[in-house]
Design a protein around this ligand. Structure first.
Ligand code: ZN
Length: 399
């Protein structure tokens, strides 16, 4: 038995990992029961809201501050995890087994059941030390993040229950870092899922019709892919840029045709686009419409998702929570790198409302294995993370 197995916090973390909350058939109810048990053991009140439906619970544990009229701090994590393919794992994905190096293997070990339990561990440590904080802290556990959050945080921030929480700042997931530098996410690109419904002349496969769906698809693919290449080059040639700073475009689906000797009347091509912060949305939209006209017309652009522009969280003295956040890292002599998150998280729904939100998961010297087989986190890294939160949470709540 490794020394880690005796540690109470590690035990709680591993118990939480053993609850399989996989999208889409989630196991939220046992997860909620577990979190309520944690709230009870902390002696803190909790509420369960279900704005996204009876099977989409949100748990809010509240530690009231000494000055509760101040805006509160939200420590958020999502309960759900992505699918697993157990045949590719060397450990059972919901066994939370720990090896001789102290690596805990489980889906959610990095994304992001670690952070949810670290939040609770931090509050436990602070409470046990008799510490009182000025601002109220809400520790929130939300569903549906891995499916886009529409039934979770998106719905929740639109309720009076959320408004009554008077949230002034939110801390939520970041990403593991293979080196010593902690990534801190302050913004996200906008997600656009574009379906091009390309109609064309149909007919016998032996002829040479004009304006076929295939000819139009060819033209449009060339346009999308050359734009993509520009972004690839921009990223390659400027060492200051990270993936979150450029627009990504990927062709993700193509459907069409009924028979191999019939020219199809419709082909649908789907693109996953993440629009970078510096892009003018109207102009980008116009450019796509122009390409569709140039392709020969008859192309309908349908947006499965078209996220609006969202202001980034300010990283200057105008944001007292940023100043507080950064001061802790300076004091601990820990390096941070401020980045635009390449993927989507629930932070975007808070930023949309003008609430500053940072994405941070305390996992340095850790290979990112989120969404991968054999996702793991070292016990030591997990416990070190709690030490960082023990400085960070009071600083934020007292600022
Ligand atoms: Zn996540």
């Amino acid at each position: 038995m490794s020394a880690w197995e005796q540690n109470e916090e590690i035990q709680i973390f591993r118990d939480y990992l053993r609850i399989p909350t996989v999208q889409p058939e989630n196991g939220y109810e046992s997860c909620v029961a577990f979190i309520i048990k944690q709230a009870d053991s902390l002696g803190l009140p909790y509420k369960v809201y279900r704005p996204g439906g009876a099977d989409q619970p949100i748990v809010v544990i509240t530690w009231q501050g000494t000055n509760p009229e101040l805006q509160s701090i939200m420590l958020n994590s999502h309960m759900d995890v992505v699918a697993v393919f157990p045949e590719y794992w060397t450990h059972p994905p919901f066994g939370a087994e720990i090896d001789s190096e102290g690596r805990i293997f489980a889906r959610g070990a990095q994304d992001m059941k670690c952070v949810g339990m670290q939040h609770l561990a931090t509050i436990r440590a602070l409470k046990n030390a008799g510490i009182k904080l000025k601002r109220t802290i809400h520790i929130t556990f939300v569903p549906d993040e891995e499916a886009g959050g529409k039934l979770g945080m998106y719905k929740f921030v639109r309720t009076d229950d959320f408004k009554n929480m008077n949230v002034g700042f939110s801390l939520e997931e970041g990403c593991a870092s293979p080196d010593e530098v902690f990534p801190v996410f302050y913004a996200e690109r906008c997600m656009w899922r574009i379906h091009l419904r390309i109609s064309g002349t149909t007919g016998h496969g032996s002829l040479l019709h004009e304006n076929t769906a295939g000819c139009k698809l060819n033209y449009l693919l060339e346009k999308f892919m050359s734009f993509r290449q520009q972004e690839v080059d921009r990223l390659k040639n400027d060492s200051n840029l990270e993936i979150g700073d450029v627009t990504s475009i990927n062709l993700t689906k193509i459907n069409g045709g009924v028979q191999s000797n019939v020219v199809p009347s419709l082909i649908v091509a789907v693109f996953d686009v993440r629009v970078s912060l510096d892009v003018d949305h109207d102009e980008f939209d116009k450019m796509i419409q122009t390409w569709c006209k140039e392709a020969g017309g008859g192309v309908e652009v349908v947006y499965e998702i078209k996220e609006p522009k969202v202001e980034a969280t300010k990283l200057d003295s105008s944001n007292i929570f940023w100043t507080a956040f950064k001061s802790v890292f300076d004091e601990l002599d820990l390096k941070t790198k401020e980045l635009v998150c390449p993927a989507g998280t629930d932070s975007r729904y808070l930023r949309e409302l003008g609430i500053p939100a940072l994405g941070f998961s305390p996992m340095q010297f850790t290979i990112p294995t989120l969404h991968a087989h054999d996702e793991y986190l070292k016990a030591e890294t997990y416990l070190n993370g709690i030490e960082i939160y023990k400085k960070l949470v009071p600083r934020l709540a007292n600022s």
